[in-house]
Design a protein around this ligand. Structure first.
Ligand code: ZN
Length: 164
């Protein structure tokens, strides 16, 4: 699978709900896990590989989660500001602000409903990937000053993206 880079219109689209969890979807999820590992990422959303549906994969400390139709039920008031990166924004790392803890609901790869409280890196990665499904990138959540600092890089990525 090919990871699409900043500038691709699909990264700014709101993805559609998954209606059916079948073998086909499980095959795609497995391929996404491989693609994420090859790229040394901890999360990958479907629209980053050109599929505008609401699912993503995460892998933190050798634990894989396959997340379908995710929702965040509760956000903690405590926020943390930590440096983030994105496989669709290669070479860009900036501090983004996010809730420290979240309560989430999603379907797993077997269609089973899960409700979990996530914290730390899991909470951060989940928020980052769910943003993707709503067409939001982490650079939308950084300071204006940092945004100014990466304008040139963004312009370069947009050129690469439109030539590929
Ligand atoms: Zn990302």
């Amino acid at each position: 699978m090919k990871i699409v880079v900043y500038g691709a219109p699909i990264l700014r689209k709101v993805s559609e709900k998954v209606e059916k969890i079948d073998k086909e979807l499980n095959k795609i999820l497995d391929e996404m896990v491989d693609t994420m590992r090859d790229a040394k990422g901890i999360g990958l959303a479907a629209n980053q590989v050109g599929i505008d549906k609401r699912f993503f994969v995460l892998e933190i400390e050798h634990n894989v989660k396959k997340i379908i139709n995710p929702e965040i039920l509760e956000f903690s008031e405590e926020v943390v500001e930590i440096e983030e990166g994105c496989l669709s924004l290669p070479g860009i790392y900036k501090k983004a602000t996010r809730s420290e803890t979240i309560k989430v609901k999603y379907l797993d790869e077997n269609g089973k409903e899960k409700i979990e409280v996530l914290e730390g890196l899991w909470a951060r990665a989940f928020q980052h990937e769910l943003d993707h499904l709503d067409g939001i990138l982490f650079i939308d959540r950084i300071s204006l000053m940092n945004k100014r600092l990466i304008l040139k890089k963004l312009e370069q990525l947009r050129k690469i993206s439109s030539n590929s």
